[in-house]
Design a binder for this molecule. Structure first.
Ligand code: F6R
Length: 258
């Protein structure tokens, strides 16, 4: 009996429409994205939020913190699942994604610490940690709303350009361009970890709703390819064309090639 290899996706046609919410600049983008996330939490206080790190969502998180401090929103019922973590960094390392989330969001709102989840970058068996995390996120029913940024090379999470879309949560070798882009956060390029644990395309696409934030001219090619190009694992964000509910909140510069 032949075995069906149902692991990765290869699909190279242009498919559907991604909803675009245009903003003048980074601040407006952040406000618009925060409104969508706040509405999700208000409508379903016990929701699962999929969260991203990086410079794109910082403004969005600031606005969510402001809303919380103004008494307009509570995260007490929310569960969060982050997309990714560097392999080899502890949660207390100031460049780890756990640290980023504590610093930019979790420490300033009423989310219960035990309900915030980031892959463990220090797990002895990183592959086993990926399998655990994948099963955990699937057990939650995946995110009600997944927030994403996009890499200059079109990566989402740390799903880097590749010959196939990788469905399970996995350990990934970061590309030179990602290492280069992230070097700005480290004392030197040599300190940037070479590997990360990332949600796979499966649990990202399992989210009920996806919101991507993109800002700046250096994202314009990735945004163009994602929206107008074929669905192609060489530009991982293009898989979002196959999702029924994606909103791209982007500023003028990021939309400049559309
Ligand atoms: C972060 C992540 C990455 C970033 C992307 C863009 O958790 O998964 O995909 O969203 O690298 O990063 P920034 O926003 O710094 O340009």
């Amino acid at each position: 009996m032949s075995r069906v290899r149902q692991h990765n996706i290869i699909y190279k046609e242009k498919y559907a429409m991604i909803r675009i919410c245009a903003a003048e600049n980074y601040d407006e983008m952040s406000e618009k994205a925060a409104r969508i996330i706040a509405a999700q939490v208000i409508v379903k206080p016990e929701c699962v939020l999929g969260l991203a790190t990086g410079s794109s969502p910082v403004g969005t998180y600031q606005r969510l913190v402001e809303r919380y401090k103004a008494g307009k929103i509570s995260f007490a019922g929310v569960t969060t699942v982050n997309l990714d973590e560097y392999k080899g960094l502890s949660g207390t390392h100031d460049q780890s994604y756990r640290y980023f989330m504590q610093h930019n969001l979790f420490d300033h709102i009423d989310v219960r610490p035990e309900c915030t989840h980031v892959p463990n970058g220090l797990a002895e068996d990183a592959e086993a940690e990926c399998a655990r995390y994948d099963a955990f996120v699937r057990g939650l029913g995946c995110a009600d709303l997944q927030l994403l940024g996009v890499g200059r090379n079109g990566h989402i999470g740390f799903n880097e350009p590749c010959d196939e879309f990788v469905v399970p949560t996995h350990v990934v070798d970061l590309t030179e361009s990602t290492i280069e882009a992230n070097a700005r956060f480290f004392a030197s390029r040599d300190e940037v970890p070479r590997q990360a644990l990332t949600m796979g395309i499966g649990v990202i696409m399992g989210a009920k709703k996806i919101v991507m934030v993109a800002s700046g001219a250096d994202k314009a090619d990735a945004v163009y390819g994602m929206v107008k190009g074929p669905v192609n694992p060489q530009l991982p964000a293009s898989i979002l064309q196959l999702h029924p509910d994606v909103t791209l909140v982007a500023d003028k510069a990021a939309l400049s090639k559309l």
